[in-house]
Design a protein around this ligand. Structure first.
Ligand code: MLT
Length: 264
């Protein structure tokens, strides 16, 4: 897995596979670029698929004070490092929050947008209280406890029962996230601004994908985004929760490939 050094001397790791139009996919919390293994496999035959580990997650070193803006600036540093101007950018959940920051700060770098199981709003007060509890839990009990708490939100109960290998894969990815990265991204999510007003200004094609059983970022959020973004396509994936791209990879890959066709 290649990496490069950011200005502050920290390293950002990423996968860069395939050739063609570049597609940058940004993982959610508390995950890593491994989230997109099925998308790398399916898309890299026709596209250049770049999947970074956000700072503090996967193999990338943690930032002192992460924010969605900092994660977005890191993506631009990665694109500069790779010599890529414009990119089709997709984000899953927290990755979507990073995509909104990228659109706010560097819209000229974005050719198309994919919003996977995400939402535009900021945290409510209840949401922030939940984050504070999770920060305490991560500090007290470590990443394993966070992985146990998050797994039933990532996958449907049926998948956890019927596909134990997939459940183990998702759980292990979360359990491998350093506590510093977990705490940093929870704080960054608490501080993120509301991106709702940005939606009507998105002037590139957008694909919105959501698992029908996603409880964390329910389909109603995706429907609102699809109504607000001028050029949006919404695809709802049956039998999938929050990590729909892992739970129903074939359906999500087909939705991506159909939509990506317009850029070739
Ligand atoms: C994620 O999957 O990235 C997070 O659960 C999103 C969130 O907690 O807001």
């Amino acid at each position: 897995m290649p990496s490069f050094t950011l200005q502050e001397g920290q390293s950002l790791h990423y996968h860069d596979e395939g050739a063609g139009e570049p597609v940058l996919l940004v993982h959610g919390f508390p995950l890593s670029s491994d989230l997109f293994q099925p998308q790398r496999a399916a898309l890299s035959a026709r596209f250049r698929v770049i999947t970074p580990d956000l700072r503090g997650m996967g193999r990338s070193t943690a930032a002192a004070e992460p924010s969605m803006a900092l994660y977005a600036d890191d993506l631009v540093a990665l694109l500069d490092h790779l010599g890529i101007g414009q990119v089709i950018v997709g984000g899953m959940s927290m990755g979507g929050y990073v995509v909104f920051a990228l659109l706010r700060r560097h819209p000229e770098r974005v050719r198309g947008v994919v919003l996977l199981d995400t939402r535009p709003g900021a945290d409510t007060e209840d949401g922030k209280a939940g984050r504070r509890k999770m920060i305490e839990q991560a500090r007290a009990d470590g990443a394993d406890a966070i992985a146990d708490a998050m797994l039933p939100k990532m996958l449907t109960e049926r998948t956890i029962q019927q596909q134990p290998q997939l459940a183990d894969f998702v759980r292990s990815m979360m359990a491998a996230t350093p506590v510093e990265g977990i705490v940093g991204s929870l704080e960054a999510m608490m501080r993120r601004p509301d991106s709702t007003s940005l939606l009507s200004d998105i002037n590139v094609p957008a694909l919105i994908v959501v698992g029908r059983d996603d409880q964390l970022t329910p389909p109603a959020e995706s429907e609102k985004m699809a109504a607000a973004i001028p050029e949006a396509r919404l695809v709802v994936i049956d039998d999938a929760a929050h990590a729909a791209n892992l739970e129903r990879p074939d359906a999500v890959n087909q939705a991506l490939l159909d939509w990506l066709e317009q850029f070739v």
